[in-house]
Design a protein around this ligand. Structure first.
Ligand code: UD1
Length: 430
């Protein structure tokens, strides 16, 4: 298994190209199940999760082609993928694939919508809490599906096709909103989804669906109104920039100091993150085609943060912000309200010298004057990148083990950071 070695202390100067959003690319690829025509997606990030989903979709009969580079195309641009689900060969998503990536469960909605049946493995254990799928199943039932759970699989049937319905979620779920939307577009009649998640990735998927012929009102709001259509057609769509990757590199620059421009980043999707970074004493400004971050000499101020659904502070940036706060001049309180157990990075940050105490869903982070490099273990995607941030400011060498977690969600992280002057290297595993 590969490792990442970081020698801390270098400032970051330069620019980093932000990739397409993982959390938009995955559901957009799943959308391809809804039409026999070709869906062409551009700016698709090159990530382990994307490759895994590709295998899952191929198992359902989706043909996937990666288009060659276009003349004059920037070498850092994402892939262009053409996905064609002319016929659905298999409506089963097996355990060995779904258990590796939770988002693959989201094939349930489109398979039901297009084929009237689906058998999808329950995702199983997950490093960041129980993460149930009850809201997904409720949404499918409201659209007329019959659901049974047998042998670890959800077996869903809608013999005469799905029917429009009223779906009112009692809490905000990104995945359940995607599932409900993808199922409702091909249902007979009208659907209303109340208390829908408003994460920009959902808006991106909805806009792609509209290009494919879907009828959706209220995109980017908490109430989505869908009028079902009998079929969808092919379309071309570019994946939005990854706001979590953007927030992560912004925090890398805030931690290490220096002056970095994040190219292709969309500041409109990062309001809450930008606000807390500014409160911490980091300068964040809109720059031509992206965001500029700099911090020169001044220390970091402590800031209290609570994770919330969009447009609040994202849970996917919580670990990274905690890493930043380990070096603040004072104590910050970081509360995680979305997922239980999303504090696995705390023990690893402590190995670098961080002073963090957990009180239920809140971490009390007492800033320290110095972090020191050590061997650490990546535990999940966002936790692992928090270790990168801490290591950038730690004295000496940090070796991050189990880097496959990072590769699930960060494209060429070591290249992007070293181009700005960080001492980061990938050490190939035996
Ligand atoms: C998505 C993101 C993930 C992000 C999360 C919250 C992708 C691929 N993943 O995950 O990176 O951290 O949103 O922004 O986009 N819940 C239920 N029942 C359900 C579904 C969810 O109780 O049926 C709960 C979860 O346990 C959690 C909360 O709802 O407490 C939010 O989870 P959800 O928004 O569904 O997360 P994901 O879609 O899995």
């Amino acid at each position: 298994m590969d490792k990442i070695r970081i020698r801390g202390g270098n400032r970051l100067n330069g620019s980093i190209q932000i990739s397409g959003a993982k959390n938009a690319a995955l559901p957009l690829m799943i959308v391809s199940l809804l039409t026999p025509e070709t869906l062409t997606l551009s700016n698709v990030p090159r990530l382990a999760d994307v490759r895994l989903l590709q295998r899952i979709l191929q198992n359902h009969g989706v043909d996937i082609m990666i288009a060659g580079k276009r003349p004059g195309q920037n070498g850092q641009a994402g892939d262009v993928k053409q996905l064609s689900a002319r016929t659905i060969a298999d409506t089963t998503a097996p355990y060995d694939l779904v258990s590796k990536m939770r988002a693959s469960f989201w094939v349930l909605g489109p398979l039901l919508g297009r084929c009237g049946e689906a058998k999808v493995s329950l995702p199983g254990g997950c490093a960041i809490g129980t993460r149930p799928v009850d809201m997904h199943l409720l949404a499918m039932e409201k659209l007329g599906a019959e659901i049974a759970i047998e042998g670890g699989y959800v077996i869903a049937r809608a013999k005469d096709g799905l029917k429009g319905g009223q779906i009112a979620f009692d809490k905000v779920s990104v995945g359940a909103t995607h599932a409900a939307l993808m199922a409702a577009v091909l249902a007979h009649g009208d659907t209303v989804i109340d208390n829908a998640a408003t994460e920009p990735e959902i808006g991106d998927v909805a806009e792609c669906l509209v290009k494919m012929g879907a009828k959706i009102e209220g995109i980017h709001t908490k109430t989505l109104k869908i009028t079902g259509v009998t079929s969808l057609h092919g379309a071309e769509h570019a994946v939005i920039a990854d706001r979590i990757e953007t927030g992560t590199y912004a925090m890398c620059a805030g931690m290490a100091g220096g002056d970095v421009t994040l190219k292709g980043a969309n500041p409109a999707h990062l309001g809450a993150v930008i606000d807390v970074m500014r409160d911490a004493g980091i300068t964040v400004e809109a720059a031509a085609g992206g965001i500029r971050i700099y911090r020169n000499g001044n220390g970091l101020a402590p800031v209290n943060v609570e994770t919330q659904p969009y447009p609040g502070f994202p849970t996917d940036c919580q670990a990274q912000f905690m890493a930043l706060m380990t070096r603040a001049h004072g104590t910050s309180m970081i509360r995680e309200t979305i997922f239980e157990n999303r504090f696995m990075h705390v023990q690893e940050l402590a190995r670098l010298g961080a002073d963090i105490h957990l009180h239920g869903d809140t971490a009390e982070v007492r800033g320290v004057a110095k972090l020191t490099g050590a061997p650490v273990m990546a535990t999940d995607l966002r936790a692992s990148v928090s270790l990168v941030i801490a290591a950038l400011a730690a004295e000496g060498e940090t070796m991050i083990n189990r880097v496959y977690h990072l590769d699930r969600g960060f494209e060429t992280l070591e290249e992007k950071l070293s181009a700005c002057g960080a001492d980061v290297a990938r050490i190939a595993g035996a």
